[in-house]
Design a protein around this ligand. Structure first.
Ligand SMILES: C[S@@+](CC[C@H](N)C(=O)[O-])C[C@H]1O[C@@H](n2cnc3c(N)ncnc32)[C@H](O)[C@@H]1O
Length: 345
């Protein structure tokens, strides 16, 4: 049966299993290689299966890659020779020389003698020299995924078009550079969401940030030249003071609704509250979103019964929005991020 490796948040394995079954009834998890990294049997061929998720992406699975070759290892530096040999024999023929490629290695075992960088570099050099395919680590069109697991030490290798992997990043792990001016870790969630959902912000747009404190999302939106109305009963970070592009209203989102809000191109909502309550507030705000506008919100999910809560929340949101995207991002913890477009009025 065709195998693949699927990655999700370690606390979302049950939800990922559910999504796997929904896509192919006879697919199942064969082994948990490390928290959130699952070796699965697909039922369908990788291409058939991955195409389904490409058309309708899952929420909780953040990365998928095929397993076409399994290499037994010995946990010593000579493993690299075995990996090079396997790539030379099995993959050089499969690489499309016209398309850019990259090698993405994840090592799931502690104290393994090789680092992902060593494996990526050695295998990429071999592929480039043998096929002439251009190496592009930023935007590759095809990816050779290598996952090294232990007990017994083994490497799973698979080649796929990047767009079938759900994420362009190894294991969906999108990391951003830390900036000294960073106000909150939440900033990474917004950066990742803008990238994953391919959201283009309008030039000097008007944004409403609900649950803005301490102000990380407001800072990112200002960096992207948006004028921001920041709503929160808690205080914004002092560093945002004096920025004329920020209007800070120290009140709840419910209070601002009664205060004749303006109209916005973008409404973001990272409020810490029950997902359904937050969705109801978002629906009330839909009237104040321009028809071309968009909404982006995090949904804080309970530890138990996440599936029914999610369904109820989506049903509420659909009263005013089309759900254009939903994903448990790498920077989301027990929450997911949802991208909304207002329904035509
Ligand atoms: C996770 S923090 C937001 C972090 C923010 N996105 C950032 O990047 O700094 C959640 C915020 O929601 C706010 N909040 C909770 N209930 C609210 C409500 N009813 N109206 C407005 N803000 C609310 C809290 O005060 C808290 O500051």
């Amino acid at each position: 049966m065709p195998q693949a490796i699927l990655t999700c948040d370690p606390d979302s394995v049950d939800l990922a299993r559910h999504e796997l079954k929904e896509a192919a009834a006879n697919a199942h998890i064969e082994e948990i290689l490390s928290p959130g990294v699952l070796l699965v049997e697909l039922g369908d061929s990788f291409w058939e299966f991955a195409e389904k998720w490409h058309q309708q992406p899952p929420i909780f699975v953040r990365h998928l890659c095929p397993v076409q070759v399994t290499v037994s290892l010995h946990s010593n530096p000579q493993d690299l020779d075995d990996l090079l040999q396997a790539v030379a024999v099995e993959f050089n023929e499969l690489i499309d020389p016209e398309l850019s490629f990259s090698v993405q290695t994840r090592i799931l075992t502690k104290d393994y003698p090789l680092k992902p960088f060593d494996v990526n570099t050695a295998l990429a050099n071999l592929i480039h020299e043998s096929t002439d395919a251009p190496l592009d680590v930023r935007k590759p069109l095809q990816i050779l995924s290598v996952v090294v697991a232990q007990n017994p030490p083994v490497a799973y290798l698979g080649l796929s078009p990047t767009l079938l992997n759900i994420s362009d990043w190894a294991g969906g792990m999108r990391r951003f550079m830390h900036e000294d001016e960073q106000i909150s870790r939440a900033e990474f969630k917004l950066l990742e969401a803008l990238e994953v959902f391919k959201i283009e912000l309008p030039v000097r747009g008007l944004a409403l940030d609900l649950g803005a404190a301490p102000g990380g999302w407001t800072r990112i939106l200002r960096q992207k030249e948006q004028y921001v109305t920041a709503i929160d009963p808690a205080r914004l970070d002092i560093r945002l003071k004096g920025d004329d592009g920020i209007r800070y209203l120290r009140m709840t989102a419910q209070a601002y609704l009664k205060d004749e809000p303006d109209f916005y191109d973008l409404i973001v909502n990272d409020m810490r509250m029950d997902a359904r309550d937050s969705a109801r507030i978002m629906v009330s705000y839909a009237t104040f979103l321009y028809p071309h506008g968009a909404g982006l919100m995090t949904l804080k999910l309970p530890e138990e019964d996440r599936q029914p809560v999610l369904k109820q929340t989506f049903d509420i949101l659909r009263k005013a929005y089309v759900i254009a995207g939903a994903r448990q991002l790498f920077h989301n913890r027990s929450e997911i991020t949802v991208y909304l477009k207002p329904t035509k009025r």
